[in-house]
Design a binder for this molecule. Structure first.
Ligand code: FES
Ligand code: MG
Length: 576
C-alpha cells in the first residue's frame, strides 16, 4: 500500500483494530479480482451517471472506459460507482426538485467510499451542478468531464436542435402550421443522438462555465458527444485525476470567488442559460460565499454576448466546437477575466489559454467589437414586485418589450395556467403581461421551467409571437422571449408576486433594471393580510418534507439551508 496515496485507507471503518479493518476491506475489494499490486495504486473514483432514463448520458459508459484507461496509463486504479442521475424530461415534479438529492448522494458517496480523487462525469442540466455542489462540500481532489452536446438533426433541409426547435415547431403546430404527422416526424429528428441539448441551454452553459471555473480540462465543454476527441478528453481527464490526487489540489482552491466571477463573465459572454445563475449561487453557497447579483449585473453591463448560438442566435454547439470552443471566447474577453485563477491542470487559466491552438476569425464566436448583443445576456431586475431580485435574458427578448407597462393577466398555479391559457374567452390582449404565481422553489416545487408561458392560443393564431411574462419559475435555457424569471421571494412564501391581481398595472424597464407593481402600498398591505400559503407546501414525510422544510430561494441557488457552508475567511474577495 503506497503511503502518500492510500485510497483504500480513506475513511476506514473500524472493525476491531485498524489493521483488521484494512484487511477486511481488502478482502472484499479482492472479490473484484484485484491483485495486491493493483491495490497499491492511488484509487480514483469515477461517478457513473449513466441511467436508462437519462438519454443525455447515453454515452457515459464509453466515457467511463476512456477515463479508466487514462487512470491506468497514469498509474492509478479506477473504480466507478453509481450516483443519482437526473434527466430533464423524466423527473417528476421537476429535475430541480431532485438536484439537491443528487448533490447529497454525490457528497456522501465520495466521502464514504475510499478514493484519493474523483472524476465527475456530468451531462444533462442538473447533473453538473449537483456533481460540483457535492464535490465542493467534500473538497476531495475532483475533476469534471461531460457527456458533450448532441449533434444536430435535420428536417426538410433545415437543421434542428433540442430543444429550442422543439418549442419553435410546437408553437407553429399550435398555430396550425404543421399537422400531426409532420410534427411526429420532426419529433424523430430533434434529439439526434447521445449527448446534451446542443443549443446554449443549461447543459451547454454549465459545461462552459465549469471549464471557465477551472474544474474541467481545457477544451472539454464543447466537444460533441459522438466525436473521438470526447473520448480523448475523457482519457486525459482520468490521467490528470491521478496527478490531482498526489498534488492534493482541491475544489475549494479552484472554485474561488474570483473563478466564480470568471464563470459569471463567461455566462454573459456566451449568452448562457438563466438557470446557471441559480446553480452558480448554489455552488458558491457550498464554498462559503454568496453569489452577488449586483456583480452579475455589473459583469453583464461590461460583457457583450459573443457566441451566436440558439436560442438567441443561429448556431449549435458543434459549431462552437469547430470555432475553437471556450478558449476562443476567453480570448475575446481576455482583458475582463482573472487569468491567475488556478485550474485542474495545476496551471492558471491564463497558462491554459496560452497552450491552446491559436484562434481564427469565424461567425460563431464574434469579435468583441462586433458582438451578437451589446448589453450582456442576463439583466438583474429589482422593485417592489421582486425585492430580492428577478432576472431576464434580454438577449433572447423582443427589444420593443424591454420597456413596457401592461395589465396583469394572472394565473395562480401551473394547473390554472394549463386550464385557462387557451380558453377562447380569456380576457387577454397582446399588450398585457402574463403573470404566473406559485412556480417558485416551493410553489412548483423546484421552480419548473414554466416561466416561458405559451402565448394564449387566440393571440398565437393572430400572429402574436412574444409578450411580457413574469413568474417565480425558471425558463429552459433553450427557450426565448421577454420572460422575467426567478422573482424572489416567490409567491408560495408570500412574496409580492402572490399579491398581484388581474388588471393590476406592472412596469418593466430592463434598462433601468426595474420591475414594479403599480399599486398603492395600503392595498398591498390589505392583500397581504388575506394571504395563505398553498397547502401542497405542508408535507409530513420523505424527501418532500426535507425539501419543503429546507429549500432556499433562487438567489441562494435553491440549495438546502443546512448544506450551505459556514463562511470561510479564505474565500474573501481579496484572497481570491
Ligand atoms: Fe438533457 Fe437537455 S434534456 S441536456
Ligand atoms: Mg434545459
Amino acid at each position: 500500500m503506497a503511503d502518500a496515496l492510500n485510497g483504500l485507507k480513506q475513511g476506514l471503518t473500524h472493525y476491531g483494530d485498524a489493521g483488521f479493518s484494512l484487511f477486511l476491506r481488502k478482502a472484499f475489494i479482492k472479490a473484484m479480482g484485484y491483485s495486491d499490486k493493483a491495490l497499491e495504486r492511488p484509487v480514483i473514483g469515477i461517478t457513473d451517471t449513466f441511467s436508462g432514463y437519462n438519454a443525455c448520458n447515453r454515452s457515459v459508459p464509453d466515457i467511463i472506459e476512456a477515463v479508466k484507461r487514462g487512470v491506468m496509463l497514469a498509474g492509478g486504479l479506477p473504480i466507478e460507482f453509481p450516483v443519482v442521475s437526473v434527466h430533464e424530461a423524466f423527473s417528476h415534479p421537476t429535475s430541480m426538485y431532485l438536484r439537491n438529492l443528487m448533490a447529497m448522494d454525490v457528497e456522501e458517496l465520495v466521502r464514504a467510499q475510499p478514493m484519493d480523487a474523483v472524476v465527475l462525469i456530468g451531462g444533462c442540466d442538473k447533473t453538473v451542478p449537483a456533481l460540483l455542489m457535492g464535490a465542493a462540500s467534500v473538497d476531495l481532489p475532483a475533476i469534471l468531464t461531460v457527456a458533450g452536446p448532441m449533434i444536430t438533426g435535420s428536417h426538410k433541409g433545415e437543421r434542428l436542435g433540442a430543444c429550442t426547435d422543439c418549442r419553435r415547431f410546437w408553437g407553429q403546430h399550435r398555430a396550425g402550421l404543421f399537422d400531426e404527422l409532420e410534427i411526429e416526424e420532426i419529433g424523430n429528428k430533434l434529439a439526434a443522438g447521445p449527448g446534451t441539448c446542443m443549443v446554449m441551454g443549461t447543459a451547454s452553459t454549465m459545461a462552459l462555465v465549469s471549464e471557465a471555473m477551472g474544474m474541467m480540462l481545457p477544451g472539454g465543454a464543447a466537444i460533441p458527444a459522438v466525436q473521438a476527441d470526447r473520448l480523448r478528453h475523457a482519457e486525459a481527464t482520468g490521467e490528470r485525476a491521478v496527478m490531482l490526487a498526489s498534488e492534493k489540489l482541491r475544489p475549494s482552491q479552484i472554485m474561488t470567488k474570483n473563478s466564480l466571477a470568471n464563470a459569471l463573465r463567461v455566462l454573459q459572454a456566451v449568452g448562457g442559460s438563466t438557470n446557471a445563475v441559480v446553480h452558480l449561487a448554489a455552488i458558491a453557497g457550498r464554498l462559503g460565499f454568496d453569489l452577488d447579483l449586483e456583480e452579475l449585473d455589473q459583469i453583464g453591463a461590461e460583457t457583450p454576448v459573443l457566441v451566436d448560438l440558439k436560442p438567441s442566435g443561429r448556431y449549435y454547439m458543434e459549431d462552437l466546437f469547430k470555432a475553437g470552443g471556450l478558449t476562443a471566447v476567453l480570448r475575446e474577453i481576455n482583458h475582463l477575466i482573472d487569468k491567475e485563477c488556478i485550474t485542474v491542470t495545476g496551471k492558471t487559466l491564463g497558462e491554459n489559454m496560452a497552450m491552446q491552438p491559436a484562434s481564427w476569425p469565424n461567425d460563431v464566436v464574434r469579435p468583441i467589437e462586433d458582438p451578437v448583443h451589446r448589453g450582456g445576456g442576463i439583466r438583474v431586475l429589482r422593485g417592489n414586485l421582486a425585492p430580492k431580485g428577478a432576472i431576464i435574458k434580454q438577449a433572447a427578448a423582443t427589444p420593443g418589450l424591454l420597456k413596457h407597462t401592461g395589465r396583469a393577466v394572472v394565473f395562480t398555479s401551473l394547473e390554472d395556467m394549463a386550464d385557462r391559457i387557451d380558453a377562447p374567452d380569456l380576457d387577454v390582449n397582446a399588450d398585457d403581461i402574463l403573470v404566473l404565481q406559485n412556480a417558485g422553489p416551493k410553489g412548483g416545487p423546484g421552480m419548473p421551467e414554466a416561466g416561458c408561458m405559451p402565448i394564449p392560443r387566440k393571440l398565437a393564431v393572430a400572429g402574436v409571437k412574444d409578450m411580457v411574462r413574469i413568474s417565480d419559475g425558471r425558463m429552459s435555457g433553450t427557450a426565448f422571449g421577454t420572460v422575467v424569471l426567478h422573482v424572489s421571494p416567490e409567491a408560495a412564501v408570500g412574496g409580492p408576486l402572490s399579491l398581484v391581481r388581474n388588471g393590476d398595472l406592472i412596469r418593466l424597464d430592463v434598462e433601468e433594471g426595474l420591475l414594479e407593481l403599480l399599486i398603492d402600498e395600503s392595498e398591498l398591505v390589505r392583500r397581504r393580510s388575506e394571504w395563505t400559503p398553498p397547502s401542497h407546501t405542508h408535507v409530513e414525510r420523505g424527501y418532500a418534507k426535507l425539501y419543503f422544510d429546507e429549500v432556499l430561494q433562487a438567489e441562494d441557488g435553491c440549495d438546502f439551508n443546512f448544506l450551505r457552508a459556514k463562511p470561510r475567511e479564505v474565500l474573501s474577495a481579496t484572497s481570491g
